[in-house]
Design a protein around this ligand. Structure first.
Ligand SMILES: [Zn+2]
Length: 379
């Protein structure tokens, strides 16, 4: 089967994150078994009680010391789920070709990479490999990389190198910022606004805290990592809500704080500075009360520029490595021991929208590069 035929099959299987991915996994398991790979399915139930499955399909390499502790030389990882599609996009599940582009939900993110990885394996004589290799297909990436985290906890393998499929227009991406959120609730005391002295404004209090958060975001600029734009951890109070009426002293104010951490800085670091600021305000005014609820902490990641995988992909793609601004499964693969690089056909800017597509030439080029990677690292 050609890579394009495989992509057509994968796009035809509806695998939005809200559904079980059992159907696409059973398709991929069949193809991997036919290619001579050993299959391990790792099912789990998501928060809604729906079965999700991670699939590990690996080569068997005999008499290899690496196999004894199941260290893979190379893992090619891609997520099987997609974001939802507008019902008005009637061809969302039908791969459509136009002007050298292949359209369909998931065609770009990330079924193109999965098709390329599968084709690369099918085009390789696996009996010639000296080191082990696996295809890793995950669930629930689009709703917070949940499948990959599950995999990192289950530890069915460790890997030396991992290529994490995401649309990067075939540019190797060796680092990415983390993504963290916290909900902050500041309490006050309601009163008639003609008599502010008998109440306490949650909004005035929030303003004091926000002033300190702005100072913290200035301090964070001192710790810099080259290769990022901007090269430091950024902070944003993106949402604020408080008060009930113009003539009521506000009893409560809520903020949503977001920060994007540079690699090497714990996601807690910035939040601890905010907690300290809140503690200082409490010190000055015992009545100042705020609750900080850390809602999300996606880790940053970084693979060394001189990693053999980074250098290999730079040479074969002809593109210098860069950094990604979006969340990926790379931190989970790094947890599993790997030097991880995010790489794949298609442009992230056309993903997640009606009419997402992958350019045909990039899809075919990805097959070539992955085949070359398999030979380079596993023969
Ligand atoms: Zn993706």
């Amino acid at each position: 089967m050609t890579v394009q035929e495989t992509l057509k099959d994968l796009v035809a299987i509806d695998s939005v994150s809200q559904r079980s991915n059992a159907e696409i996994i059973s398709y991929l398991a069949r193809r991997c078994e036919a290619a001579g790979l050993m299959i391990t399915q790792l099912p789990y139930l998501d928060d809604h009680g729906i079965e999700k499955i991670n699939l590990v399909a690996q080569t068997s390499v005999h008499d290899s010391a690496a196999e004894a502790n199941s260290t893979l030389e190379l893992a090619l990882a891609g997520h099987t789920d997609t974001v939802p599609y507008d019902p008005a996009w009637i061809e969302a599940l039908r791969l459509t070709e136009n002007d050298g582009k292949l359209f369909g939900r998931g065609a770009c993110d990330t079924k193109a990479f999965i098709s390329a990885a599968l084709t690369a394996i099918e085009n390789t004589d696996l009996s010639k490999l000296n080191k082990s290799l696996a295809l890793v297909f995950t669930a629930d990436e689009e709703i917070g990389c949940l499948g990959a985290r599950q995999l990192a906890r289950a530890r069915p393998f460790s890997a030396r190198y991992a290529i994490v499929g995401e649309p990067t227009s075939l540019q190797p991406m060796r680092a990415g910022k983390g993504y963290c959120l916290a909900e902050i609730t500041i309490r006050g005391r309601e009163a008639h606004s003609a008599y502010p002295q008998i109440g306490a404004s949650a909004i005035f209090r929030a303003a004091r805290l926000i002033g300190l958060i702005e100072q913290i975001s200035e301090e964070l600029k001192h710790d810099q990592r080259a290769g990022f734009d901007p090269p430091y951890t950024t902070m944003n109070v993106g949402l604020i809500e408080g008060g009930t009426a113009k003539n009521i002293i506000a009893g409560e104010c809520n903020l949503t704080l977001e920060w994007r951490t540079i690699p090497g800085q714990e996601s807690e670091y910035a939040l601890d500075l905010v907690r300290q600021a809140a503690a200082d305000l409490h010190q000055q005014d015992a009545d100042f009360v705020c609750e900080i609820d850390a809602a999300r902490a996606d880790e940053s990641f970084e693979t060394r520029a001189d990693s053999p995988l980074v250098q290999f992909l730079e040479v074969t793609s002809g593109k210098e490595s860069g950094t990604v601004a979006f969340g990926t499964e790379a931190p989970s693969l790094i947890d599993l021991g790997a030097e991880a690089v995010v790489f794949g056909p298609g442009d992230i800017r056309v993903a997640h929208r009606t009419g997402e597509f992958v350019p045909k030439d990039q899809l075919n080029e990805c097959v070539r590069i992955l085949q070359h990677a398999i030979r380079h690292f596993c023969m």
